[in-house]
Design a binder for this molecule. Structure first.
Ligand SMILES: Nc1nc2c(ncn2[C@@H]2O[C@H](COP(=O)(O)OP(=O)(O)OP(=O)(O)O)[C@@H](O)[C@H]2O)c(=O)[nH]1
Length: 331
C-alpha cells in the first residue's frame, strides 16, 4: 500500500473492487476447505507411520487440532490480513498528510509560475483600479466646475431678470420711472386723494426747443442733458410719495401727493432756478423748461385721473404758446 493516502486511485482500481470482493468470497468458501484438505493430507502423508500407529481417538484429536490450526492460518492469511491493510489505509486517510519532502515538490515550478501569473493579474487590476479612481476624481472636478458655472449662470440670470423687470418699469436713459409706472401711480394716488379728501398735484415739464439743442450739439449731448435734468428732478422732488417719470422725448412729469397748487408751484419755481443754474459743457448755453401744473383738492375736484392729467397738459400747452420758459397753472 502506498504511503500517500491522498494519491489518486490507479486507473481501473475502482472497477476492480467488486471482482476483489468476489475473489475473497471464493477464496473463503473454496480455498479454506481445499487448502485444509491439502495440508491435512500432506501432514498425514509425511507422518504416515506415526498416524497409522496411533489409535482411533488419538488420531481423531490429532486431525481436529490439525484442521483447526490450518483453518486459523488460512483465515489469518485470507481474511484478517486484508482487513488490517484496509484499516491501515483508512487511518492514513483520516490523519493529516505529511508535508511534502523536497524531492516530492515536483509541481513547485508550475506553482511559482501560477503565483507569478496571479501576481501579474492583481498588479494589472490594481493599475486599472487606480486609473478608474483618477478618472472618477477628474469627473468630480469637472462636476464641481460645472456646478460653479451653473451657479454663476443662475446668478447672472437672476440679475438679468431683475434688470429686465427694472427696464419694464424704468426709462433706460434716465433711470426715472416710465409711463406705465406713472399711469399706475396716478390712478392709485388719485383714488387715495379722493378717498381721503386730500391734495394731489401734477406737473408736466417739457424742455424748450430741444430739437435745436440736438441739432447744435448732437444727440449724445442731448442725451447727457436729459440725464442731468432727470437728476435735478430727483433732487428736487425727493419725498417718499413723490413720483417723477419720463413720459417720452424731452417731456417729464412729477406727481406730488399732498401738494396743492401753491406748494407745487413753489417747488417748481425752485426747479426752474436749478435748471438756470445748471452748468452745461462749454458752448451749450443753458436749458429752459415750460411747465403745466394742475392740482386736485376738495375745493377743486377733478372727475378722474385722466382729467387731472389733461388739465396739466393744457396748462403746458398754454406755457409753450405764451413764449416758453414759464409755469402755467390749470384753470
Ligand atoms: N438726444 C435725444 N433727443 C431726443 C430724445 N427723445 C426725443 N428727442 C428729441 O427731442 C426733440 C423734440 O423736438 P420737438 O418735439 O419739436 O420739441 P422742441 O424742439 O423741444 O420744441 P418745443 O417743445 O416746442 O419747445 C426732437 O428733436 C427729438 O429727436 C432722446 O432720448 N435723446
Amino acid at each position: 500500500m502506498s504511503t500517500n493516502a491522498f494519491a489518486p486511485p490507479e486507473a481501473g482500481q475502482h472497477g476492480a473492487m467488486p471482482r476483489r470482493r468476489g475473489s475473497l468470497r471464493l477464496r473463503l468458501s473454496l480455498g479454506v476447505p481445499v487448502l485444509t484438505a491439502l495440508v491435512v493430507g500432506a501432514i498425514e502423508w509425511s507422518l504416515g507411520d506415526l498416524v497409522e500407529a496411533a489409535d482411533g481417538l488419538t488420531r481423531m484429536v490429532w486431525l481436529v487440532l490439525l484442521l483447526s490450526a490450518t483453518q486459523l492460518l488460512l483465515i489469518e492469511a485470507l481474511l484478517l490480513w486484508p482487513l488490517r491493510r484496509l484499516a491501515a489505509g483508512c487511518e492514513a486517510m483520516e490523519s493529516v498528510p505529511a508535508p511534502l519532502a523536497d524531492d516530492e515538490a515536483a509541481p513547485a515550478p508550475r506553482l511559482a509560475a501560477e503565483l507569478e501569473r496571479i501576481g501579474h493579474v492583481m498588479r494589472r487590476a490594481r493599475g486599472s483600479l487606480w486609473q478608474q479612481g483618477q478618472a472618477a476624481l477628474a469627473l468630480q472636478r469637472e462636476l464641481t466646475q460645472q456646478r460653479e458655472l451653473l451657479a454663476q449662470a443662475q446668478r447672472e440670470l437672476a440679475a438679468n431678470q431683475r434688470e429686465l423687470a427694472g427696464m419694464a418699469r424704468t426709462d433706460p436713459l434716465t433711470g426715472l420711472a416710465n409711463l406705465r409706472v406713472f399711469d399706475e401711480t396716478l390712478r392709485r394716488e388719485f383714488k387715495r386723494a379722493q378717498r381721503q379728501r386730500g391734495l394731489l398735484a401734477i406737473a408736466v415739464l417739457d424742455l424748450d426747443e430741444f430739437k435745436q439743442f440736438n441739432e447744435r450739439h448732437g444727440s449724445a449731448a442731448g442725451d447727457a442733458a436729459l440725464q442731468r435734468v432727470a437728476r435735478l428732478l430727483n433732487e428736487r422732488f425727493k419725498r417718499d410719495t413723490d413720483v417723477v417719470a419720463r413720459l417720452g422725448g424731452e417731456e417729464f412729469v412729477a406727481l406730488l401727493p399732498g401738494f396743492g397748487m401753491a406748494e407745487a408751484q413753489g417747488v417748481l419755481e425752485l426747479l426752474r432756478e436749478d435748471l438756470r443754474a445748471l452748468r452745461l459743457p462749454d458752448g451749450q448755453g443753458h436749458l429752459t423748461l415750460s411747465v403745466g401744473l394742475a392740482a386736485a383738492s376738495p375745493g377743486h375736484p377733478y372727475l378722474s385721473a385722466q382729467a387731472l392729467m389733461q388739465a396739466a397738459d393744457e396748462a403746458l400747452y398754454i406755457a409753450k404758446h405764451a413764449g416758453r420758459d414759464r409755469l402755467s397753472l390749470a384753470a
